[in-house]
Design a protein around this ligand. Structure first.
Ligand code: ADP
Length: 369
């Protein structure tokens, strides 16, 4: 197995999309990248993930790269449960376990698995590695991950906070530490991943100690189309009022809420800023609520951490919307003599997946020697 040099292909399969990037190691240079969207949709031309990945591979192999040059494939897998707290080499047993974990992440893990199964067929013999979104949060202490429900639900049904976006939070944590010229084990950070999905993480000495997403990615901040925190009794009330099934209500909370639900305009932050400039009151309200909820989490995590070196913003909204960073920065300045630095660090989940994949390959090849 080639380990120190070679190409690593990263695959991120969503329910209707495949994002891929091919990295060369050790330079970490991106050789090629792309996205296939609208998989399975009428008139899209790509009927499933297998067909999509075939297209990806045709493109890569067509550009003069041979299959043998690909050292491994690193897959983003959303839910690793309590079992997968490190990247793993994919085997039949691992596939079985990821499938089992689909009951905890029914919107994500099945799509991730389709990518894995398709790659196994198309790139037979190339090692495949799963890198889990939940893994970085495995250091969260029990008092922060147990919900105040009967304790048996944790034991019997896996009900607990898992947290997501872990690869992104970890990537920006490592980058921030480098910029602060400190070892990651010496930094306390609050990392805000604000994209379509949004989450904020409290990082103590380089390890996640709390995060806003919970049992599912629905908890926490206001997001593009997800409601984030609500009174849980609302679920019961709305089921009665709307006469909808649990599934339908789940869709409403995941797809019709958040910025889109409040504003009635869009889930896209740029469009909300435009609408607000034209005096659209609900677009303005959506932005206000988004900022306020974030502020509350940051306030709480400041006390959780005690000392905070920096607040790091990433994701499309985090990187581009200065207004949000200023809003947080001004509040902190009013409260603290030495407020944390505000940093913007573009995330690179794919690079992190590729690096983790390469690291695992090296470990395996060392063990084999
Ligand atoms: P994903 O989570 O799908 O990777 P992104 O990180 O690309 O999403 O973030 C998407 C969000 O970022 C959208 O709400 C989009 O409007 C917002 N966004 C991207 N660029 C800008 C910008 N220049 N100004 C304001 N918002 C932006």
């Amino acid at each position: 197995m080639k380990a120190k040099t070679g190409l690593i292909l990263t695959i991120n399969c969503g329910s209707s999309s495949i994002k891929y990037k091919l990295f060369s190691f050790p330079s970490e240079k991106v050789i090629t990248k792309g996205v296939i969207e609208h998989i399975g949709e009428a008139g899209a031309g790509v009927k499933d993930h297998h067909e999509g990945l075939k297209k990806v591979l045709d493109e890569i192999l067509g550009s003069g790269i041979s299959k043998d040059e690909i050292s491994a494939i690193g897959h983003r897998v959303v839910h690793g449960g309590e079992e997968f707290i490190e990247p793993v080499l994919i085997s039949a047993e691992v596939v079985r376990k990821i499938k089992e974990l689909s009951k905890l992440a029914p919107l994500h893990n099945p799509a991730n698995l389709e990518g894995i199964i398709a790659c196994e067929k198309i790139l037979k013999g190339v090692p495949q590695v799963a890198v889990f979104d939940t893994a970085f949060h495995s250091s969260i202490p029990e008092y922060a991950y147990i919900y105040a429900l009967p304790y048996e639900y944790y034991q019997n049904y896996g009900v607990r906070r898992y947290g997501f976006h872990g690869t992104s939070h970890w990537y920006v944590c490592l980058s921030a530490a480098k910029k602060l010229k400190k070892s990651p084990s010496k930094v306390n950070l609050i990392t805000c991943h604000l994209g379509n999905g949004c989450s904020v993480t409290a990082i103590k000495e380089g390890r996640s100690v709390d995060t806003s997403m919970g049992f599912t990615p629905l908890e926490g901040l206001v997001m593009g189309t997800r409601c984030g925190d609500i009174d849980p009794a609302l679920v019961l009330y709305l089921q009665g009022q709307l006469k909808v099934s649990a599934d339908q209500l789940g869709k409403i909370m995941n797809k019709e809420s958040g910025l889109k639900g409040i504003s009635g305009v869009s889930n896209d932050f740029r469009e909300l800023i435009e609408a607000r400039a034209k005096n659209n009151k609900r677009a303005a309200l959506a932005i206000e609520i988004f900022k306020y909820r974030l502020l509350k989490y940051i306030g709480a995590y400041c006390l959780v951490l005690g000392k905070v070196d920096a607040i790091v913003f990433t994701g499309g909204i985090g990187e581009n919307v200065k207004e949000i960073r200023d809003y947080v920065g001004q509040r902190l300045k009013r409260l603290l003599k030495n407020p944390p630095k505000i940093m913007v660090i573009p995330t690179d989940e794919e690079l992190m997946i590729a690096k983790r994949t390469m690291k695992l390959l090296k470990r395996i090849s060392k063990r084999g020697q």
